[in-house]
Ligand binder design. Structure first.
Ligand SMILES: Nc1nc2c(ncn2[C@@H]2O[C@H](COP(=O)(O)OP(=O)(O)OP(=O)(O)O)[C@@H](O)[C@H]2O)c(=O)[nH]1
Ligand SMILES: [Mg+2]
Length: 389
């Protein structure tokens, strides 16, 4: 089971293994996964009609989605795709209505819960389409853009300029307009289909169905990869909690060492104790320099891309070590200064400072390394998703 192996590898700090486990999984094994597709777009653009057409139904048929031109669609409805296994088409309310204004649409409908999107637009590419594209891009998800009601455009054009009427050219112009708008949002290869839900054998409708069928396993794999950071989070947290339980022992040892009445020894002991555990955290979570290089190689990216997301304590373990050891060293040396003049009191202060600083700094350090691990893993998974575009 891929998820269990992934969790196990994350817990053991073997991130390269966690990723390779997913990389080596044959595409066919994703067939049993589900895929929830949100059909979204402006109100009245033909979302429900498209879902009906994809399911081979007409408005009014039993089980068909409601297709009224009323601004009352406030409920989301799920429709299983009759042909594609595990695919659910979600009929979402239109964007930009009184109940679902553009600014709050994505949060209100919690768009992040869907794995793939079909944006339906029935007019020229507009700012609310661009906003949806941006929002979907931000979450690393994919989408198709469906320009609906092609029959209406063609009829209008036929009526306006009958002699120069050219169906192919008009469809191409519509497609290009949408592609340009989407490309302006930074999408590399926009998938645009110009369809009419009333004529499912015409225009790009057959291509839309065929493309979805062809892409299905890749989209399911992509959705699986997107779900993995959330799978890893409780595992990383559990590991952090286990290691946290050990910190008081290290702090106690640091306290005892700091209380040895030899000037300078407290700083040295605390420094090496700290250094030892800090490196242990990095290597036990699998984000030490060597593991990061191996992981970067595994996903085919430069190691600096992974290091760039290790923001909490600096980009390398050495930077983090320096920062923290300086702080601890300064505190312990300050305590030693008072100890030289008043040995008994000074030793206690020195030990106390070492205890408190070691305890809190190691906790902070552990939390930072755990956060970095989560970020590094997400970045590596993102790279892996991009590798399969
Ligand atoms: N001519 C034509 N009309 C369409 C097409 N698709 C939808 N319509 C019509 O457009 C109107 C709105 O269609 P719906 O499918 O209800 O649109 P919607 O996006 O689901 O609307 P809301 O849920 O209210 O946002 C209905 O009257 C449909 O019959 C199409 O491809 N061609
Ligand atoms: Mg609808």
């Amino acid at each position: 089971m891929a998820v269990n192996e992934f969790k196990d590898a994350v817990y053991k700090g073997r991130l390269t293994h966690a990723i390779s486990n997913v990389q080596q999984r044959p595409l066919e094994l994703f067939n049993s996964h589900t895929l929830s597709i949100a059909v979204t777009g402006e109100s009245g653009s033909g979302k429900s009609s498209l879902i009906n057409a994809m399911r081979g139904l007409c408005a009014g048929d039993e089980g068909a989605a409601e297709t009224e031109m009323l601004d009352t669609m406030r409920e989301l409805t799920a429709y299983p795709d009759p042909i594609l296994p595990g695919v659910t088409l979600w009929d979402l309310p239109g964007v930009g209505t009184f109940y679902f204004p553009l600014d709050t649409y994505c949060e209100q409908l919690n768009l992040s819960q869907y794995e793939f999107f079909i944006i339906v637009g029935s007019q020229r590419f507009r700012s609310d389409h661009a906003r949806l594209v941006r929002e979907i891009q931000r979450t690393g998800k994919r989408f198709y853009f469906v320009r609906s009601k092609a029959d209406v455009d063609l009829d209008a054009s036929k009526r306006q300029r009958p002699p120069s009427y050219n169906q192919k050219r008009i469809l191409k112009q519509i497609r290009e307009d949408c592609r340009r708008g989407i490309a302006a949002e930074g999408v590399g290869h926009p998938q645009v289909f110009v369809v009419s839900s009333r004529e499912t054998n015409c225009y790009d409708f057959p291509l839309l169905r065929q493309t979805l069928q062809t892409d299905l396993l890749i989209l399911k794999r992509h959705a699986f990869l997107l779900s993995l950071p959330a799978v890893a989070l409780p595992i990383v947290n559990q590991k952090k909690a286990n290691l946290k339980g050990e910190i008081w022992k290290i702090a106690l040892l640091s306290c005892l060492l700091a209380a040895i009445p030899v000037p300078g020894i407290a700083f040295l002991c605390t420094f090496f104790l700290f250094r030892k555990h800090l490196f242990q955290y990095y290597s036990s979570f699998g984000v030490d320099d060597r593991s990061l290089s191996a992981l970067a190689q595994q996903v085919g990216r430069p190691v600096r891309e992974l290091m760039a997301v290790m923001t909490s304590l600096g980009t390398t373990p050495m930077t983090a070590l320096k920062l923290l050891s300086d702080l601890v060293g300064t505190a312990v040396m300050g305590a030693e200064y008072s100890w030289k003049r008043l040995p008994v009191f000074g030793a206690r202060v020195s030990g106390g400072v070492a205890l408190v600083t070691t305890y809190f700094m190691l906790r902070k350090c552990l939390a930072s390394v755990a956060d970095d691990t989560q970020r590094v893993l997400s970045k590596a998974l993102e790279a892996e998703r991009e590798n399969t575009i």
